[in-house]
Design a protein around this ligand. Sequence first.
Ligand code: SF4
Length: 364
Amino acid sequence: MSSAASHAPALGVAGALSRDALEHWLRETDPARLDQLWEAADETRERYVGRAVHLRGLVEISNHCARGCTYCGIRAANRGVQRYRVPAGVVVDCARAARRYGYGTVVLQSGEDYGLETDWVADVVRRIKQDAGLAVTLSLGERPDEDLTAWRKAGADRYLLRFETSDETLYRRIHPDLGNRVSDRLAILRTLQDLGYEAGTGIMVGIPGQTYASIADDIDLFRDMDMDMIGIGPYLPHPATPLGEEFAGRLAAGDWPADQAANDELTTCKVLALTRLARPDSNLPATTALSLVDKQAGRTHGLSRGANVVMPNLTPPEYRAKYEIYPEKAAVHETAEAIAQSIEDLLAALGRTVGEGPGGRRTT
Ligand code: SF4
């Protein structure tokens, strides 16, 4: 038994776990103790957000990006990426498909692409609301307040912007500013809330240089921020990025900073479960990255350790392959129908139901 296990703090919900208790649980390694954590997260999920799993159809509308995040495969400096923008009509068709599959929400995601003009995005949002009647989530990067305001007026319901890590020094290292505009994602998240969006954020787990103590701070911050959605995925190194190269070098040399957090399935599940306890009524996806780090059990574990959302990829396959923010992200051979079916089968096997309606934190 680990020394951590002998003092495991009692589990509780809605703020009952102190910042130190969170850190303790992140270091827990005893399988029996971890079973208690999984059980507590699953019970909390059942009690606060129910059995339904909400499906959000993801459409990756552009892989252009102005930024240089050091972990991301579609960063501006990566010349090996074939760039695309999905035409508006195709995006709206994807939303119609989402409706046919019974999804309540469509998520439009892109790099920080200023070629996606304010009015173009507003028009697409309006057409989706009109033609498909779905909730619309945007995930388009750190756009100026005027854009966020225009899109909210056009009918966008939610906005996702991960802060990735609350460790300021690490954040600056992995997410360089754009020109002289200082990146402050926490401020943008507050603006989104003020504009009436349901706001979502999230982190990566196991970034080189990220400690367990820092992840405990992240979860503590989720608790304070009243976020509607929180996405948690492992850091998956992309070889064509500066951070991916650093990761490979450290791996080869066994050279890790003290207290380096692991980027594995188990650690990601601990963060997910503790986040469910810290924010019992938020919407938490079983992320694609989690399902890739353990192809057999990642998604199942996510859904049974706190998650209540899945985001099936509806991006047409010819574009999907080019949205490689981390390796193997795109299941390019699977059609949207096949993805929809496999998720339905998984939910049936887990005894979970498909959520009806938009599935928002404030709209259901
Ligand atoms: S993480 Fe987002 S903003 Fe950063 S480079 Fe990748 S797509 Fe662009």
